[in-house]
Design a protein. Structure first.
Length: 86
């Protein structure tokens, strides 16, 4: 499913971050979590929906740091999750 993505909208000063699951362009799930949970929730949604594309949206410097943290996690590497910054 090339058109399937998990999209995380990261806003550093907001308590809950919004995460959306898109399958073939249609939003099939919307949820939120704290910044502390973002790595785990994004990974869980990627696994649950068998999606290998994760889009991070937000302030570039901040989401770059989050991407680097995620990229270093073994689970993300083993499931071959491609992380894109927007």
């Amino acid at each position: 499913m090339n058109n399937s993505h998990v999209v995380a909208v990261i806003q550093p000063f907001i308590m809950l971050q919004n995460i959306y699951v898109y399958r073939d362009g249609e939003c099939v799930k919307a949820t939120n979590c704290s910044l502390e949970e973002i790595n785990n929730i994004c990974y869980t949604l990627c696994r649950e929906y068998d999606i290998h594309n994760l889009d991070l949206i937000g302030v570039r410097d901040y989401i770059t740091r989050i991407k680097n943290e995620m990229s270093n996690l073994t689970a993300y590497q083993q499931f071959n999750i491609k992380i894109t910054l927007n």
